[in-house]
Design a protein around this ligand. Structure first.
Ligand code: FAD
Length: 467
C-alpha cells in the first residue's frame, strides 16, 4: 500500500478480511474494526493455500457479482474494498508491510484447511506485532460449544437441535457507522474482471442471471418476501418443487449475505404474528439448524468430503465414471438430465439452468445416482459442487452421505426413492417436469431391477463384514 497516496487516517488503520461473509450487517469483525478506527476491507481470492477446495463454476459466477455488490455496500460506509489474489498468508503479509495496520480481523471459518490457514496467519501477525482477532459470524453456535454428555460432537440431528435451541442465540449486530471516505486509490487492488470468474465462450450463465441477484440488498429483500409470503405456507409447500414454497436463501447463507443469526432472529419475531406464522417459522428455523449441524459434523469429522462417515461403506461396490464405459454413460446421462425419469431429469435441468435445485429433488436425483445407477456419492457431490450457486462443502457432503446411507444420521440404505412415485406425490400436476424436462425419453435403468441390485449390494457388503 502506498501510504503517500492514501489519505492518512488520524487513527491507526484497521483491516478486515472478508471470506464467506459478504455483508455489512451482523458482521462482528467489521463492526469491531469500525469501532476501533478507520477501516479497509480486503478480499483475498485464495486458490493456493494447501487443502482449500477450488470453487465450482457456478460459485465463481456468484462470487463475482457478490463482490461487486459488497464493494457498493462498503462504499456507502466510506470503506474501500481491496481485492487480491494469492495465498492468504502471503497477501496479508504484503498488505501488513504496505499499510502497517494496527489490527486485522476476520470472522472464523470451520474447514480444516481454512482453520490451518487462519491459525498460521494469527501466529504470524502476532509475531509481527500486529493484533489479530477472529469472531464468530457464520454459525449459530461454534462447533466446539455444543457437545454431547461425553464431550464429543453430535452425530445425530435431534439431540443436536435440542442442544442448539437450549443454548442462547445472540441477536444480530447493527451495521457499523459510516467513516469519512478513505481514499485507497493508491492501494494496489486487482480488477474484479481480471479474476475471470464469469464464464465466457460459451457464456452459460444466462439462466443464473435470470434467476438470481447476488449480494446483501437482494438477500435482505428475499428474506422480507419470505416472511411476507413463504413462511406461512412453508409447512404445506416446502416439499413441492412446482411451487415457490421454500426460502431459496441457501446461496445467501452460503455466501454470508445474510447470517444465520439474522434469519433466525427475524423468523423468531415473525413467529409472534399468527399460529401459521409460528408453525412456518419453527419449521424454517429447524432447516437453518440443519445447516449448523452439517458444519458441526464437518468440524468434528474433517474427512467428511472424502470418506464415508460409516466405514463399513468402504466395502460398497459403487462405480466411478472411469471404471467402465457403461458407468461413464450413466454418469453422463445423469449429469445431462437424460435418465428417463422425469423428476430426476427436471431436477438436473433446473440445476444446470439456474444453479439451484429444490431439496426434495436433490434427494431424489442423489438417490437415483447412488442407488439405482450404483455410482459413488462423491461423483454426484462433485457435480453439485461445480453447478450449485449454494455449493457449501459441509451441507453438500453431509447431505450426499445422508442420501447414500453412509453418513452419520443417514437415511437407512434400503430407503430407495422411487422417482415416479415421488413425482406423483410432489409434482402432482406435472408442472415442474413440464417446465424443465418436457420431453420423455427411455429410462437408463429398470427401476425395479436396479433397486433389487442395490439391496443385494448392500446385503453383500454387510455379509462380507460379518464373515
Ligand atoms: P429452505 O427449505 O428454505 O431452508 C432454509 C435454509 O436452511 C436453507 O437455505 C439452508 O441454508 C438450510 N437447509 C435446509 N435444508 C438443509 C439441509 N438438508 N442441510 C443443510 N442445510 C439445510 N444446501 C446447501 O446450502 N448447499 C449445498 O451444497 C447443498 N447440497 C445438498 C446436496 C444434497 C444431495 C441434498 C439432498 C441437499 C443439499 N443441500 C445443500 C440442502 C438443501 O437441499 C438446500 O439447503 C435447500 O434446498 C436450499 O433451498 P432453500 O434455501 O429454499 O431451503
Amino acid at each position: 500500500m502506498r501510504q503517500d497516496s492514501l489519505t492518512q487516517p488520524p487513527q491507526p488503520l484497521q483491516l478486515v478480511l472478508f471470506r464467506d461473509d459478504l455483508r455489512t450487517l451482523d458482521h462482528p469483525a467489521l463492526l469491531a474494526a469500525r469501532e476501533a478506527g478507520p477501516t479497509v476491507a480486503v478480499f483475498v481470492f485464495d486458490e493456493q493455500s494447501e487443502g482449500i477446495r477450488p470453487l465450482g463454476a457456478a460459485a465463481r459466477w456468484w462470487l463475482h457479482h457478490a463482490l461487486a455488490s459488497l464493494r457498493d455496500s462498503l462504499h456507502e460506509l466510506g470503506i474501500p474494498l481491496i481485492l487480491r489474489r494469492g495465498a492468504t498468508a502471503e497477501i496479508v503479509a504484503e498488505l501488513s508491510r504496505e499499510c502497517s495496520p494496527q489490527a486485522i480481523r476476520w470472522n472464523r471459518r470451520y474447514g480444516q484447511a481454512e482453520r490451518a490457514v487462519d491459525a498460521q496467519l494469527k501466529a504470524a501477525l502476532h509475531g509481527a506485532g500486529i493484533d489479530a482477532h477472529s469472531y464468530a459470524g457464520f454459525l449459530l453456535h461454534e462447533p466446539w460449544e455444543l457437545l454431547t454428555k461425553n464431550q464429543t460432537g453430535f452425530k445425530v440431528f435431534t439431540p443436536f437441535y435440542n442442544a442448539l435451541r437450549n443454548a442462547e442465540i445472540r441477536p444480530p449486530l447493527p451495521r457499523p457507522s459510516a467513516q469519512d471516505p478513505l481514499d485507497a486509490s493508491g492501494v494496489r487492488s486487482d480488477r474484479l474482471e481480471s479474476w475471470n470468474l464469469l464464464p465466457t465462450s460459451p457464456d452459460w450463465s444466462g439462466g443464473l442471471r435470470d434467476t438470481w441477484t447476488p449480494g446483501e440488498p437482494a438477500a435482505r429483500q428475499r428474506l422480507a418476501d419470505v416472511l411476507e409470503s413463504i413462511a406461512g405456507h412453508y409447512v404445506d409447500h416446502h416439499d413441492r418443487p412446482d411451487l415457490d414454497g421454500t426460502s431459496a436463501l441457501s446461496p445467501s447463507l452460503r455466501w454470508g449475505h445474510l447470517s444465520a443469526h439474522q434469519v433466525w432472529d427475524e423468523l423468531s419475531r415473525h413467529a409472534a404474528h399468527s399460529p401459521a406464522a409460528a408453525e412456518g417459522a419453527t419449521a424454517l428455523r429447524r432447516q437453518i439448524a440443519w445447516r449448523d449441524f452439517c458444519w458441526h459434523l464437518y468440524y468434528h469429522h474433517p474427512q467428511l468430503p472424502t470418506q464415508n462417515l460409516r466405514p463399513e461403506f468402504d466395502d460398497f461396490n459403487w462405480s466411478g465414471p472411469t471404471d467402465s464405459p457403461e458407468a461413464a454413460d450413466l454418469v453422463g446421462g445423469w449429469q445431462r438430465g437424460r435418465t428417463g425419469f422425469a423428476l430426476v431429469d427436471a431436477g438436473m435441468a433446473q440445476l444446470w439452468q439456474t444453479g439451484w435445485m429444490h431439496n426434495r429433488v436433490r434427494m431424489v436425483t442423489a438417490s437415483l445416482l447412488v442407488k439405482n445407477l450404483a455410482i459413488h456419492w462423491r461423483v454426484g457431490e462433485q457435480w453439485f459442487w461445480d453447478t450449485l450457486v449454494d455449493a457449501d462443502i459441509a451441507s453438500n457432503t453431509a447431505n450426499w452421505q445422508w442420501v447414500a446411507g453412509c453418513g452419520a444420521d443417514a437415511a437407512p440404505y434400503f430407503r430407495i426413492f422411487n422417482p415416479e412415485l415421488q413425482a406423483k406425490k410432489f409434482d402432482p400436476q406435472g408442472s415442474y417436469v413440464a417446465r424443465y424436462a418436457p420431453l420423455a425419453i427411455e429410462p437408463l435403468v429398470d427401476l425395479r431391477q436396479s433397486r433389487i441390485q442395490a439391496l443385494e449390494s448392500y446385503n453383500h457388503m454387510k455379509s462380507r463384514q460379518h464373515s
